[in-house]
Every structure is written in structure tokens, then in C-alpha cells.
Design a protein around this ligand. Structure first.
Ligand code: NAD
Length: 493
């Protein structure tokens, strides 16, 4: 066992009396109530944060608006790119500190915090930095009739929408925060970020690093608080776009609220009940290690991770037996122990939700299914068989380490069962039969499809859901539409 020593600056940061980060400074509004930040591995309080009220949100939004008009608008695309790259450098230099903050507040394994959360934050920031100089309109030849020899031409401009509100879930605060910050800043927008009330510390620290990177005060603001704080942000007239990542019910409520606010722009990255289809040609021994790793990363608390396995009936018994063997051997324990591969759930309400599903699954459990009798929010990685596709365990997103498995007979049945879901975030097909794979891909209702892999996000590849899994796309250059207004100009000469 090798347990990580908490850095002195991490300890000092947690001990601070945290406020909000507004216009380059920590702002404390002493009348606001405090929210406890709990380490999910120990159930101990490690810090407190402020619960922003309306006045604080207004202050943050005004700061972002002033910075949009007076500071960021005059920063050239090239300079925006340099500053985002500088921020990426600073995140890299402070990677251990940020990784520890994430692990202490989200229960993410330290190796995942280091090599996924923080490392990907750097990679994504650099991707967004590279986009700043590539945002452009078009030149168009209109078809208007020319009566007296006049000519016409048209151009389109892309202009930043203005102040963006980024609302973030608790599973990958820093990385998802960087998606919103990077998208906003590279397109010339400014942002107010509201992290989850469970995991706000890493983004508060990132905002400080942004100032060091030369990003002007007010361009990035962070307000902490609950859903109410998010609602104040959506209602603020100076906020022109909401970029939300979180659950479907919250997403629907935010979408409605945004529409009531004069059709405010909104992009929604929501939940999933993602399918992994295991076709008859694969070797179960070959695919299982990667499939299990992609499924149970961060204890299954990953929006794109699979929660439904579909296994061809010829391989079903072998799959179930071997998957159970691997799951039984996963070492469960402290996320600060570098040898552990399965840590706690991230927070108490989520622990209660997962326990509810475990109870529901009791008669169907293949392996796992228990709450671990110790301090912290620990449960076993669990595989559950389902016989009926109306089973709530097959239908509802658990967002935890509970995966259902069901056999299929042929591809028609497979597609019908895979698409039997209100969600459509991601799916995977495990097969070396390319002809079959390419015939299945267009039939699957999901925004991302992986072949012989699952849960891999890359900044160059668009990401987002269909059906109730969301509206809009992140990454690549697909995000640019959502953060800019397209203005058309027609000229007669
Ligand atoms: P959540 O919807 O409960 O909360 C997300 C954020 O919204 C938090 O910051 C929360 O304080 C805020 N919020 C809550 N109610 C609000 C309201 N009425 N108005 C404005 N803001 C409000 O989600 P969660 O439990 O933090 O995260 C887990 C969910 O996120 C899962 O469903 C998961 O699938 C989804 N998720 C999706 C993606 C994706 O990219 N598609 C990525 C990560 C997580």
C-alpha cells in the first residue's frame, strides 16, 4: 500500500474560509450560509464553501459582463490562445495539488485524478486554445436578380454571445469546468462558473491560476452554491447562454427556465443509460479488462460509461462468469492509496440513491450488491442480470457501479433493446466483424459510438447526446456554434 501524503498547500487551501471568485478576488459575503465539503472516503468535513445568494450572483455576472465589454473584447484571438495555453501550463505545474483536491472532495482515485481529470483538463485547455484563431465566417454569393448591373455579396461573422453561465456536476468538476471555460474564452465570451456544491474546491483554485496566467479579472468568475444559485444565474438578464452538464431532470428544468428567459441559449449535456453490445465473434478474455475498466472508472460515475451490457447468447454464460471473477478481485479502498482500483461514491445523497438500486436488485445480483461496512460511501461493483427490459434497473440511470446484463439472439433484437431507452448519450460495439459493425452504427440512437472501446473522450471528436441525453455538442469545432452568434451581412455594389 502506498498512500499519498497530502501536500501542505492543499491542506492550507482547504483550511481557508472560501468565498466566491469574482473579478479576480475572493469575495466573502458573511451573511451567506455555509455548505460543508465532505471527504466521501472518510465522511469527515474537509472544508466549507459559501452558498451564493442573488446579490452575489448579480455581482459575479456584472463582473463577467464588464470584462466582456471592457477587457476580453480587445484581446486578440492569438492572445486568447496564448493565455489559455498559459493556464494549461499552470494546471500542469499544479497538477498534484489539483489532483489531491479532487480526490479529497469527490473520492476519485488519485491515479484517476492525476491521469484523467487533471491531465485531460490540460489537454482540453490546449485544444480550446488552438481554436481561438480558427473562428471565422463565410463569403456567400447571393442569388438576387441584377436589374441594372448591380452585384451582391454576403459575408457571415461569428460574434461571441457574451456572458456564459457554466453549471457543472460533481463527477469531473475540473475537467468539465475546463470544457466550459475553454469554450467560452476561446470564442471571446466571459463566464461565471457554478461548480457542484459537493466539489467546488478545484475550480476555485483553477480560477486563481487563470489570473496568474494573465486572463483579466472578471473573465472567469466562480460562484459556489446549490441549485438555487444556478437558478439565479439563469434568470440574470446579462447571462446570454447557459452551458449545463448534469442530470436529465435538472437539464429539463434548466431548459424550461432558459426558454422563459426570452429563449436564452442553452446547451445541455445530460445523463445516459449507455449500452455495450458484445457480438459473438469476440474473445471474452480479450475484451473484458478494457470493458470493465471503462465501465467502473470513477466507480461508474461517468455519464458516458456503460450501464447495460448486451451479450450474444452464445457468449453469455462465459461473459457473466468471467466478468464476475474480475469484479470480485477489484481492490476496494481509500482513493489516496495508489494500489486501490475502486473507491467510494462521491457524496451521501448519491450513496443513498445507489443503495436504493442495490436493494431493488437483490434477487438479480450476479456479483457484488453489498454496501461495505466501513466509514465512507463504499459499495461493491455490481453486475445484475435482467430478464425484462421494463425492469427499472435496465431503464433508469443509476450513475453508479451497477451494471445490468442481458443476452440477445440476433441483431434485430439487439438494436431494439439498445434503443429501448429515453437516453442516447453513448454506446459501444465489441466485434471484429467490420461489416456487421458498420451496419449497426447508423441504427443505434446515441451521440457517440465506440468500437472495441468505451468512455474515451477526445477534444478533437464532438461529444453530446441525442434524445433525453441532451442538446448541443462539445469539443472539436462543434461547440463554436453554441458560443457565437452568426451575423449575416449583405452588400450591394
Ligand atoms: P445535477 O443535475 O443534480 O446537478 C448538476 C449541477 O446543476 C450542480 O452544480 C447543481 O448544483 C446544479 N443544479 C441543480 N439544480 C439546479 C437548478 N434547478 N437550476 C440550476 N442549476 C441546478 O447533476 P449531478 O448529480 O451533479 O451530476 C450527475 C449527473 O450528471 C448524471 O446524470 C450524469 O449522467 C450527468 N453528467 C453528464 C455529463 C455529460 O457530458 N453528458 C457529464 C457528467 C455528468
Amino acid at each position: 500500500m502506498s498512500t499519498v501524503q497530502i501536500l501542505e498547500n492543499v491542506q492550507n487551501f482547504m483550511n481557508r474560509s472560501h468565498g466566491h471568485f469574482i473579478h479576480g478576488k475572493t469575495v466573502q459575503n458573511t451573511h451567506e450560509s455555509r455548505i460543508n465539503i465532505i471527504n466521501p472516503a472518510t465522511e469527515q468535513r474537509v472544508a466549507t464553501i459559501a452558498d451564493a445568494d442573488q446579490a452575489t450572483v448579480d455581482q459575479a455576472v456584472k463582473s463577467a459582463h464588464d470584462a466582456f465589454v471592457n477587457a476580453w473584447a480587445s484581446v486578440s484571438p492569438y492572445e486568447r490562445s496564448l493565455k489559455l495555453n498559459k493556464l494549461a501550463d499552470l494546471v500542469e505545474q499544479h497538477s498534484e495539488e489539483l489532483a489531491q483536491l479532487e480526490t479529497l472532495t469527490s473520492g476519485k482515485l488519485i491515479m484517476i485524478s492525476r491521469h484523467l481529470e487533471v491531465a485531460q483538463t490540460v489537454i482540453f485547455l490546449r485544444h480550446f486554445a488552438s481554436c481561438a484563431t480558427k473562428i471565422h465566417g463565410q463569403t456567400i454569393q447571393p442569388s438576387l436578380p441584377s436589374m441594372q448591373g448591380e452585384k451582391y455579396t454576403a459575408v457571415t461573422l461569428r460574434q461571441p454571445v457574451g456572458v456564459v453561465a457554466g453549471i457543472i456536476p460533481w463527477n469531473f468538476s475540473l475537467m468539465i469546468g475546463a470544457w466550459k471555460i475553454g469554450s467560452a474564452l476561446t470564442t471571446g465570451c466571459t463566464i461565471v462558473v457554478k461548480p457542484s456544491e459537493f466539489t467546488s474546491l478545484s475550480l476555485l483554485r483553477l480560477a486563481e491560476l487563470a489570473l496568474k496566467a494573465g486572463i483579466p479579472a472578471g473573465v472567469i468568475n466562480v460562484v459556489t452554491g446549490t441549485g438555487k444559485t444556478g437558478q439565479y444565474l439563469i434568470d440574470s438578464p446579462l447571462v446570454k447562454k447557459i452551458s449545463f452538464t448534469g442530470s436529465v431532470p435538472t437539464g429539463i428544468s434548466i431548459g424550461k427556465q432558459a426558454m422563459h428567459n426570452d429563449l436564452k441559449r442553452v446547451s445541455l449535456e445530460l445523463g445516459g443509460k449507455n449500452a455495450a453490445a458484445i457480438l459473438p465473434d469476440v474473445s471474452i478474455d480479450e475484451i473484458l479488462p478494457l470493458l470493465i475498466q471503462s465501465t467502473f472508472v470513477h466507480q461508474g460515475q461517468v455519464c458516458a460509461a456503460p450501464e447495460r451490457f448486451f451479450v450474444h447468447q452464445s457468449k453469455y454464460d462465459e461473459f457473466v462468469e468471467k466478468a464476475a471473477q474480475i469484479l470480485k478481485q477489484l481492490k476496494i479502498g481509500s482513493p489516496l492509496d495508489e494500489s486501490v482500483v475502486f473507491g467510494p461514491l462521491s457524496n451521501q445523497p448519491h450513496f443513498e440513491k445507489v443503495k436504493h438500486y442495490l436493494k431493488m436488485a437483490q434477487d438479480q445480483i450476479i456479483t457484488g450488491g453489498h454496501v461495505i461496512d466501513t466509514q465512507g460511501y463504499f459499495v461493491e461493483p455490481t453486475l445484475v442480470k435482467v430478464e425484462n427490459i421494463e425492469d427499472p434497473l435496465f431503464i433508469e440511470e443509476t450513475f453508479g457501479p451497477i451494471v445490468t446484463v442481458i443476452p440477445f439472439e440476433n441483431e434485430v433484437e439487439l438494436i431494439s433493446m439498445m434503443n429501448h431507452s429515453r437516453f442516447g448519450l453513448s454506446a459501444s460495439i465489441w466485434s471484429n466483424d467490420l461489416s456487421k459493425v458498420f451496419r449497426l452504427i447508423p441504427q443505434i440512437e446515441a451521440g457517440s459510438i465506440w468500437v472495441n472501446m468505451h468512455t474515451f473522450l477526445d477534444p478533437a471528436v464532438p461529444f453530446g447526446g441525442v434524445k433525453a441525453s441532451g442538446v448541443g455538442r462539445e469539443f472539436s469545432d462543434a461547440f463554436i456554434d453554441d458560443y457565437t452568434e452568426l451575423k449575416s451581412v449583405m452588400i450591394r455594389y
